[in-house]
Structures are given as structure tokens and as C-alpha cells.
Design a protein around this ligand. Structure first.
Ligand SMILES: Cc1ncc(COP(=O)(O)O)c(C=O)c1O
Length: 398
């Protein structure tokens, strides 16, 4: 026997478990190298068109236009849909802030709708009630009687990977000819009644930020079946170029195009999207099994008409029934080297959107207090997930 150095006798700390990190191990290196070798590194380059075509094929849409980010995609989609300055756009309060910011970039105002407690999505009954019973038709448009503003669009955000109940929204949007835009940034690969989220609105937007189901580092996409809308999105995102040779721009546009390098990465990630989605579902199933029966814990919901992409697997902790609340549980997980996250300050309470109208009340605030997102990278190993489950069981045991 030999004497071990003292520092080896203490157990090495277990590695930290992040919330959601990308899985990069396919053709990313090869495709990006191809870009660098060819010198086509900017927004003109073969991978951009290829990524758009392959994305449209995956989704089943007629057109897809790549953008620099999901937020940029939302901004130009809102403009292409005809949202004008001083319009109002109905959208959920319980979401990441990007879609509300995009509404403001377009010069319009968000009207925030509370969440429903079953699937944590925009309350479609409240939305339909507001449009059918409270709004008034005047001056050729449906208007909010309190502000006098035109309702310019419904922005349906599919939150955390789960689709919104779209049929009632589509019905009311059609009735009043209001464009419905889907924000599927968090829900690529989710389905509603068997069809992909992003196949229902006039336009749909996606994000390829590093924490999303698939990533290009940063990037976005607008999908639509309408050729004119796709052309309008492309025009606005490419500095509204009327004549490239003469350098003539028809209006103030935006430099919102995705680069060839990012698109190269997108092509490689798209090849593995089904694999990532299957991994997400396995992770969700293991959490459901491992966390069943814990007091005060509600598993991430999935409606019978939906197939969630389980982008960020999240649980809800009812402080009246659980031994600790979500903030204390997060601290306990953090002490065990496990990342988790609260989602989000309801936007009707956000200083960034102070003064916006809010429909409903109570649900989004409770979700903000009680929802906790857990590690769920597509590459999360069974052993690492078992550690998360054990820490949660221990954290909720006392
Ligand atoms: C619902 C939602 N919409 C839009 C965005 C914006 O996407 P990006 O970060 O690519 O601008 C995000 C996240 O980042 C999001 O979660």
C-alpha cells in the first residue's frame, strides 16, 4: 500500500449540471470549415439558401426565410403581417420578453393575456372573449374600446415547448381578419393535433439561440406558405434593397440576415433535430417517472391534443403542499451543483412594458412563483439526470 496524497482522499466534486447546453457533434465542423475554406462567410452563401430550403421541408411550409435571431424574425414578421405603429397585439404575459419587445420595435403595443393553469399557455378563452365581446368594429377595423387602437395581430407564443390551443384563436382571428403569428421559438418540433407548431399562423417564427432545441449559435427563421409575405420578410430583413447594382433602398429596412457560417451550423443541427427531440422526450419521461408522487410537485403538462417539444423541462412547486417553495428548492439544487431556473416575470409586471393592458389575472404570477426549469440538454446522461432526480427528492423530503 502507498500513502495517497491527502487531496485525493477527499472525493472529487461532481461536475456541475447545466440547464440546457447545445449538442454539437455531427457535421457542424465540416460544414463550417467548408464556409471558411470557400471564403463565403457573410450573408450571401450557399448554406443560407440550403438551410432555408431544408428547414421549410422539415416543417412542411412553402417558404422559410432565415434571420439573425428569433427576435429579428418576429420584428419583420409583425411588419410583414401589416402591424402598424400604434396598433395593439394580443400576446401572453407568461413568456420570455423577446416577442413583446418585437411588438414595440414595430411601434405597436402589447396587450398581455394571462396564462391558463393547465398547460401554462396563453388563455385563449380570455383572448376570444376580449375580441368578440369587448372590442368594437369601427373605421374598418376591430378596436380596443379603452384605447381606441386597432387590433393589429395575435401573437401566439408556444411557451416552453408546448403548443397553444390554436383552434379557438384561429377561429376568432379568421372571424375578424386579424393575422395570427406564431412564436414557435421554444417549440420547434412540437405538434398541435398532429401538425407542427409553426404551420398554423400566417407567419411563424423560430429561434436558434444556443439554449434552443437546435442552435446556430444565434439565429432565427420565419416560415410561411404565402410567397408575398416571404418576399416581404426577405426584403425587410435585407435592408429593403430595391436595386442592388445601383444601391437603391425603397425604405428603412434592417440588416437581419443570418450568416453563411451560422446557416452551415443550422444545416448540421437540422440533420439531428429528430434525435434531439427524441432525447428531450426520454428526459421528460424519466422526470415523470422519477418525480411521481412528490408532495406539491406538478410535472410538466402535456395536453392530449399536443406533443410537446419539452424544450425546457419544468416542474411546478405548490408551496402550500411542498416542504419548501421553488426558490428554496432552487437553492438546494444549486448547492448540489445543479442548475435550474425560474420563468419569467409576467410581462404585465415588467418595467420594460409598464402601462400595457393586461387581461385576466393571477395565473402568470403564480407560475412565476412556482415554476422551476430543470436540466434537460439533449445530451444529458441518464446518470446526470438520476443525480438531478435524487437531489429533487432529497430537496422535497424535508
Ligand atoms: C418565446 C421566445 N421568442 C423569441 C425569442 C427570441 O429569440 P432570440 O434569442 O433568437 O432572439 C426567444 C428566446 O430566445 C423565446 O424564448
Amino acid at each position: 500500500m502507498f500513502n495517497r496524497p491527502a487531496r485525493l482522499e477527499t472525493q472529487a466534486p461532481e461536475p456541475a449540471i447545466p440547464l440546457a447546453e447545445p449538442v454539437i457533434g455531427g457535421n457542424e465542423w465540416a460544414y463550417v470549415k467548408e464556409c471558411l475554406d470557400s471564403g463565403w462567410v457573410s450573408t450571401a452563401g450557399a448554406f443560407v439558401g440550403r438551410f432555408e430550403a431544408e428547414f421549410a421541408k422539415y416543417l412542411g411550409s412553402e417558404h422559410a426565410v432565415a434571420a439573425a435571431s428569433g427576435t429579428a424574425a418576429l420584428h419583420v414578421a409583425l411588419l410583414a403581417a401589416g402591424v402598424r405603429p400604434d396598433d395593439e397585439v394580443l400576446m401572453p404575459s407568461f413568456t420570455f420578453i423577446a416577442p413583446a419587445n418585437a411588438v414595440r420595435y414595430a411601434g405597436a403595443w402589447p396587450v398581455f393575456v394571462d396564462a391558463e393553469p393547465r398547460a401554462w399557455q396563453m388563455d385563449v378563452a380570455l383572448t376570444a372573449d376580449f375580441l368578440t365581446r369587448q372590442c368594437r368594429w369601427s373605421g374598418g377595423a376591430l378596436r380596443n374600446p379603452r384605447s381606441g387602437r386597432r387590433i393589429g395581430a395575435i401573437l401566439a407564443v408556444h411557451v416552453l415547448g408546448h403548443p397553444v390551443d390554436l383552434d379557438p384563436l384561429l377561429e376568432v382571428a379568421e372571424k375578424y381578419d386579424i393575422p395570427l403569428i406564431e412564436d414557435a421559438a421554444e417549440s420547434l418540433g412540437a405538434t398541435y393535433g398532429g401538425r407542427y407548431a409553426g404551420r398554423f399562423g400566417r407567419l411563424a417564427c423560430f429561434s436558434f439561440n444556443g439554449n434552443k432545441v437546435m442552435t446556430t449559435g444565434g439565429g432565427g427563421m420565419v416560415a410561411t406558405d404565402d410567397a408575398a409575405l416571404a418576399e416581404r420578410v426577405r426584403y425587410l430583413a435585407t435592408t429593403a434593397k430595391d436595386d442592388a447594382d445601383e444601391g437603391i433602398h425603397g425604405q428603412v429596412g434592417f440588416n437581419y440576415r443570418l450568416t453563411n457560417i451560422q446557416a452551415a451550423m443550422g444545416c448540421a443541427q437540422l440533420e439531428r433535430l429528430e434525435e434531439f427531440l427524441a432525447a428531450k422526450r426520454r428526459i421528460a419521461a424519466r422526470y415523470a417517472e422519477g418525480l411521481a408522487g412528490l408532495p406539491g410537485l406538478t410535472l410538466m403538462p402535456e395536453e392530449p391534443w399536443a406533443k410537446s417539444a419539452f424544450w425546457l423541462y419544468s416542474i411546478r412547486i405548490d408551496p402550500a403542499q411542498a416542504p419548501c417553495d421553488s426558490r428554496e428548492l432552487r437553492a438546494r439544487l444549486s448547492a448540489a451543483g445543479i442548475a435550474s431556473r425560474h420563468f419569467w416575470q409576467p410581462l404585465h409586471l415588467s418595467p420594460a412594458h409598464a402601462g400595457a393592458e393586461f387581461l385576466g389575472g393571477g395565473v402568470a404570477e403564480r407560475l412565476h412563483g412556482e415554476v422551476l426549469s430543470l436540466p434537460c440538454s439533449a445530451g444529458l446522461s441518464e446518470a446526470a439526470q438520476a443525480r438531478v432526480i435524487a437531489a429533487l427528492r432529497a430537496g422535497l423530503a424535508s
